[in-house]
Design a protein around this ligand. Structure first.
Ligand SMILES: C[S@@+](CC[C@H](N)C(=O)[O-])C[C@H]1O[C@@H](n2cnc3c(N)ncnc32)[C@H](O)[C@@H]1O
Length: 445
């Protein structure tokens, strides 16, 4: 088993075929029997060098004369992996990095490229100071982008939103490891029982301060070894995402519509909080994603979920004024969960982000049509950007005087109260969670 060759193959699929890193990595691990220690190394190498993205290419540029674009893609990826190890993996000996990269170049390149890879990496080892980000000017957007591995346009957007200092902290946080969070299925076991089970499997986990049914694991065995996930005693969901169902506050026998529900984290949570009574209509625009919800519901032993395929912007007609509560957990930029997805910061574009608020607004308007008088619409996203959060909700309230903002505080844990806002905005670097936004809107007439 050659871990670096495996990492290179995975990286090639991601960059060449635009594949999602986590999907390629999981597929690779399923197909090949790989020891735990190699798995960890490959995972860090792949996720790390994808997250570090353009910073690695900027470093490369300081050591070569030709444009980076002209370097053959396979050789470029061999160098990415080498540079990542030399700058960001302290425990890997520099000689091993150079020798292994040269072996890969021999396998995938020709004598010229072998020499090139060898020369670049050995030059870096000789003098790392050439790659000094301060060349870009300390505390500028460019410096933050290089130091904390983000595209420049995104850093500029964060600076506009939060100021330089907070933007830097957010970017730095986005490179930290995210713990895995389990949601206990209280219909099948208690949180204490689930915790005992996980500890017996050598996991390190503790109860969440944000949600009673959440257990946070900082260390755990491979998820495929945890029966609780197969038999529905638990499901993976972040604690901040669990707050959404808490704010919806589902009651037994209610009719709840989840406008954008796949893969069903919040729909199954609401169905569980209703004690498997009433009905949750779990809607999504993609049929293949609805299948995931049905599978999850079956595992969890929930029979009160009905899936529905429709574009949420136009689905309300058959439900006008019928629902007790409606959740609009809208498609968003995901700027609150960048630490969880190595490639997503590099895959988004500013144009894509700018199109989202209109779609989100239309889904919220459609959600509002489906709710009864005195009913509740909850609007949520996993982003930290005001344009997708407060701005959408305020536009909605301005144009729909039959709705008012209902304070979320009564539905929040002690730790998140007293912030002086009727909506909740979790910021990753401040709250040490995923970044989530939740607003609760009431139909008053
Ligand atoms: C943020 S995710 C929802 C996560 C989900 N609520 C959960 O807790 O597991 C947004 C979902 O919206 C769906 N979606 C995107 N555009 C949509 C539309 N126009 N109508 C309905 N669903 C849509 C996507 O397929 C995606 O599953």
């Amino acid at each position: 088993m050659n871990a670096r060759r495996a990492a290179l193959q995975i990286l090639r699929e991601v960059y060449d075929k635009n594949a999602y890193a986590n999907i390629v990595l999981n597929k690779y691990f399923k197909k090949n029997d790989i020891e735990e220690i190699d798995r960890r190394f490959i995972t860090e190498l792949v996720y790390g060098s994808i997250k570090a993205g353009d910073t690695l290419l900027w470093i490369l540029r300081q050591y070569i004369k030709m444009p980076v674009k002209k370097v053959h893609p396979v050789i470029r990826d061999i160098l990415r992996l080498g540079i990542y190890q030399l700058f960001y993996m302290d425990k890997v000996p520099e000689s091993a990095v150079c020798n292994e990269a040269v072996k890969l170049a021999k396998k995938y390149g020709h004598p010229g490229t072998v020499k090139f890879v060898n020369a670049v990496l050995r030059n870096i080892v000789r003098d790392k100071s050439k790659a000094d980000f301060a060349k870009a000017g300390e505390n500028t957007a460019q410096y933050i982008a290089l130091k904390y591995w983000h595209p420049l346009w995104l850093v500029e957007l964060f600076i506009k939103e939060f100021g330089v200092e907070q933007a830097a902290l957010l970017c730095e946080f986005n490179n930290t490891d995210a713990p895995i969070c389990f949601r206990c299925n209280t219909l099948k076991n208690t949180v204490d029982e689930l915790q005992e089970f996980l500890i017996a499997k050598n996991a390190q986990c503790h109860k969440s301060e944000l949600c009673a049914e959440a257990l946070i694991c900082t260390k755990h065995p491979a998820l495929s070894q945890l029966e609780v996930l197969d038999d529905g005693r638990a499901l993976i969901q972040d604690e901040s995402s669990m707050l959404v169902a808490r704010v919806v506050d589902p009651q037994p026998d209610e009719l709840i519509i989840d406008m954008c529900s796949a893969p069903g984290g919040k729909a199954t949570h609401m169905a569980m909080l209703m004690d498997n009574t009433g009905k949750v209509i779990a809607n999504d625009i993609y049929e293949h994603k609805l299948e995931l919800i049905r599978e999850n519901a079956q595992k969890l032993g929930l029979t009160n979920i009905k899936t529905n395929m429709a574009d949420a912007r136009f689905m309300a007609d058959k439900y006008i004024g019928k629902a007790d509560k409606v959740l609009a957990d809208v498609p968003c930029s995901g700027m609150g969960v960048l630490r969880r997805k190595a490639d997503s910061r590099w895959n988004k574009t500013p144009e894509e982000l700018n199109e989202l608020p209109q779609l989100q607004y239309e889904i919220l308007c459609s959600a509002a049509k489906a709710v009864k008088t005195n009913g509740i619409v909850v609007y949520s996203t996993c982003t930290v950007l005001k344009q997708e959060n407060d701005d959408v909700v305020n536009r909605f309230l301005d144009e729909h005087t039959e709705f008012i903002l209902d304070d979320v505080e009564a539905f929040l844990p002690e730790k998140l109260r007293g912030r002086g806002s009727k909506t909740l905005q979790l910021l990753p670097h401040r709250d040490n969670t995923d970044g989530f936004f939740i607003a609760r809107i009431k139909k008053i007439k």
